[in-house]
Ligand binder design. Sequence first.
Ligand SMILES: C[S@@+](CC[C@H](N)C(=O)[O-])C[C@H]1O[C@@H](n2cnc3c(N)ncnc32)[C@H](O)[C@@H]1O
Length: 448
Amino acid sequence: MSPTTALVVAAVVAVLAAGGLASYVAARKLVALVNGTRKAVADARAVLERRSKEQEAALKAIAGALQGQSTHIAVLANTLDTELERRGQEQHAELKAIGSAVQEQSGTVAALAGTLESALERRTTTLGTQVANVVEGVRKQSKHIAALAGRLDTRIEGLGQTFESQQARVVPSLDEAGSLRRLKVVMGVGMDLQVNRSGTDDAFDVYRIRKKGTTLSFARVEVPYYHYYTADRQLHLLGDWNQPFGDIANAVLKTGTTHLLHDRLFTLWQGVKGVAASSAPIVEVGAWKGGSSRFLAEACRHFSKQGRIYSCDTFTGPVQVTPGVDGDRTAAQFEDLYDDARALLASYPDVEVVKGDIEDTASLIPDTPLAMLHVDVNVYRATAFTLETFAPRIEPGGVIVADDYGSITCPGVKQSVDEFVAANPHFRLIHLLTGQAVLVRIDAARPN
Ligand SMILES: C[S@@+](CC[C@H](N)C(=O)[O-])C[C@H]1O[C@@H](n2cnc3c(N)ncnc32)[C@H](O)[C@@H]1O
């Protein structure tokens, strides 16, 4: 039973129970109340229904809206996905490009770093070598300067002493009448003194010795009376009968490219004359500026001697100086003279200029018999090597001239020549007053 019906039944039961009009009126009121209530219920229901319809419509609308939204969201999500994917791909490509650029860069950087490192290493090594060279140069120079200073002291001290022919070379200067006007004493390397005769004292001539215009001392000088240094003999040597030696020697001396003077050049002249018939080569070790090689070439031309002339030198100074043997010599290097020497010898096609330590370059000279050897290297080791290497190849009748054998400034030369001759008795040594030694080969004494 519905609540409304239950209410009506209850009212009837009440009316019946109360009885009368009052009961009836009460019942009518009750019915009216019930009706009112029913209407209210119906109204409420209508309201509820309307509301629920409205709500349903609203919900539907909301659902529709939501569906619309979700479609929109789905579209958005899709778009977002696509966009993200596109961006992702773009970024991936960009990252990839950046990655390979970075890789490339790092390769370049690594290469640069390598280059830089090796350049630095090279530079450091070069700098190290340069610094070491400079230090070594300074050390050598200071040793050299100290040695020179010592030598200068010794020389100046020695001026009061007697000069022996081997200690100083005396170069005469003549007046027009051919008599001796002045002597120039050449002492060792780079020290030229002027000696003017100022009188005679017993067996000695008395000379005033000057350097750069300053009188250093008066000295009793024993003049080395071998023929070249006396005025009349010098004229004899350079006179007409001995031409063209005089002219050729003068022309070479004028170039300032040889330390040798007329006397030593005359020894070479005779050497070339003696081997003129041979076409075997001449070797010169110690050519300096090339003057002595040029003189040899001129002499060959004059005596119609055929064959090559090998002119050998480091062109920068001695390589090896033996302490205790080469006196106070140092291995001081000088400015490279190779180009100068080549220029001086360019017009002599038979002359071959060989640059380097003779111990390295000897093998460049063809291993054939030799007509003549001129060794002028000032020091023990290069003299010894040159003699050991080339002397055995000197053909019978050939000539070896060792310069400075008698020079007190080159004790190593004398020692090496003496040792060579002692070990090779088939060579005889002739010591000249010029300071040169001539070695003559006597084959009969040759060891087996
Ligand atoms: C006194 S000079 C030569 C002079 C030259 N003959 C002249 O007519 O004036 C000595 C030469 O020997 C060279 N010398 C020293 N040791 C040498 C070596 N081991 N190899 C090549 N030449 C060397 C020096 O470079 C220097 O030029």
